[in-house]
Design a protein around this ligand. Structure first.
Ligand SMILES: [Zn+2]
Length: 189
């Protein structure tokens, strides 16, 4: 009896989580939810000096949203996000990039030299790849405020509104919609 109760509770928890990300078929809800997650791969071989910060930026997004994941590409795997070091200001192509698409980040040294937080820089640029535009609010609590926030701003976490926006960009039914990553956002301060 005890065991049966626990199993029911567990089933309800799984069902609840699946419903939260927009799945409608209870019988295979957990499986459907997993299938709806977009996984994007990144390659940082052109920006090895920033590999620690890049991994942290991806981890920040993975902790913030559930509809899309950013993982380091394994050898020979298709690359969705190519990250390269660049002497200028950071730039990125505007997504949302899909699992069949390609995006790029230029990890601009000029922002690093000016003292901007490197994890904030890459998390911001990945935000562009995930479909977020710049919003120069000046607020450190906004990730997409970029360099309009003070140089001393170390926040590398998206705000609730920014998380919700990315969740929508990768929500059910939109995952197959292709957006060519042809717009480059330049983050010169
Ligand atoms: Zn930007």
């Amino acid at each position: 009896m005890q065991r049966r109760t626990l199993a029911l509770v567990a089933a309800n928890v799984i069902l609840g989580a699946a419903v939260a990300v927009g799945t409608a078929v209870p019988a295979t809800a957990a499986q459907d939810a997993a299938a709806l997650v977009t996984t994007l791969t990144y390659d940082d071989s052109g920006a090895r000096q920033y590999s620690t910060e890049i991994a942290q930026g991806a981890a920040n997004w993975n902790a913030a949203v559930t509809n899309v994941r950013i993982v380091k590409a394994t050898s020979g795997q298709r690359v969705n996000i190519r990250i390269v070091a660049d002497p200028g200001w950071p730039q990125a192509t505007l997504g949302p990039v899909r699992s069949t698409g390609s995006a790029q980040v230029w990890f601009g040294k000029q922002a690093v030299d000016q003292g901007y937080n490197k994890v904030r820089i890459i998390t911001h640029e990945l935000g562009h790849n995930l479909g977020l535009p710049d919003r120069r609010t000046g607020l450190c609590s906004d990730l997409m405020s970029g360099s309009s926030a003070p140089v001393s701003c170390n926040n590398a976490q998206p705000s609730a509104a920014e998380k919700a926006s990315v969740q929508r960009n990768y929500a059910t039914g939109l995952a197959s919609r292709q957006v060519p990553a042809t717009i480059v956002i330049s983050d010169a301060a």
